[in-house]
Design a protein around this ligand. Structure first.
Ligand SMILES: [Zn+2]
Length: 278
């Protein structure tokens, strides 16, 4: 068994979500997507930086791969240090610079799943490159051959959050912008609620360009009506009509629009979308 196959069996689960699109599930549930064109491939996000991602991707495609980041959080971008180059939005420069710190970079599994982290140890979070960052802007397109990725800047969760539209396959990759548990709780990096709401409106305005939304956590699927639910949730918070439940995220006190269940990222009422805010 090759090193990549061993890594895949131990660490990663892969799933074909569309022709030429593979979802990669990482050890703490982070999701990356490999999107193949006829000439090149795009890796959307690189998770927390677990060993073997680069080898796994190389075993899935023989095309040259470019790494595109939905935002600068370490559970999405930590793995960038396994690649020579990465593309991201300049709004998250501060977050991306922090990922050069090896101790900080592996902090997500350490905090979320300390047993997983201690079972792996620091050698499973290798830094292979001093990654060169390239910055894109809203509206930029990257041809892959037969399709392209279009950047949609959607600030909210972080200032540099983006979605990517695969124009030929009619998919939109939403990162943490459209997610069942949206956090606007990062004091230096999240935007205000109305900026986030405007981003959701932009995604809705582009609904003629995609048929399916793919997110970066949980099962990766955004249900029909999920986007509208988050927009309504923003309106409830803005007008003070939401539940305003006291909560805590990453040790920071905040509020949740809907009452969280015993697993805080799920709603007690069984509904889908929730927003946590300060
Ligand atoms: Zn995030």
């Amino acid at each position: 068994m090759s090193a990549a196959e061993t890594m895949e069996r131990e660490f990663y689960r892969t799933e074909r979500v569309a022709e030429g699109v593979t979802r990669i599930r990482c050890p703490v549930g982070e999701l990356c997507y490999l999107v193949e064109g006829e000439e090149t491939a795009a890796l959307i996000d690189a998770a927390s930086g677990y060993a073997g991602l680069r080898e796994l991707v190389a075993s899935l495609t023989d095309k040259p791969v470019r790494l595109f980041l939905t935002h600068g959080h370490r559970d999405h971008s930590g793995g960038m240090v396994q690649f020579e180059e990465a593309w991201a939005h300049p709004g998250d420069t501060r977050l991306l610079d922090k990922l050069r710190d090896d101790e900080f970079r592996s902090g997500y599994p350490k905090y979320i799943k300390p047993k997983v982290y201690s079972a792996l140890g620091p050698e499973y979070f290798p830094r292979l490159f001093d990654t060169k960052l390239h910055f894109f802007e809203d509206g930029d397109t990257f041809p892959l051959g037969g399709t392209e990725l279009e950047v949609l800047h959607t600030p909210g969760h972080t200032r540099g959050s983006v979605c990517f539209i695969d124009t030929a396959r009619r998919l939109i990759f939403t990162g943490d912008t459209v997610n069942r548990c949206v956090l606007l709780t990062f004091p230096e990096d999240s935007t205000d609620l109305l900026t986030y709401r405007a981003s959701l409106e932009r995604i809705q305005a582009r609904s003629g360009s995609y048929d399916r939304m793919l997110a970066s956590h949980f099962n990766g699927e955004v249900p029909a009506g999920g986007l509208a639910e988050l927009i309504a949730c923003c309106d409830d918070i803005a007008s003070g009509r939401d539940g305003h439940f006291p909560a805590e995220m990453f040790r920071l006190p905040c509020h949740a629009a809907f009452e969280p269940s015993h697993i805080p990222t799920f709603r007690k009422d069984g509904g889908w979308g929730n927003i946590f805010y300060i």
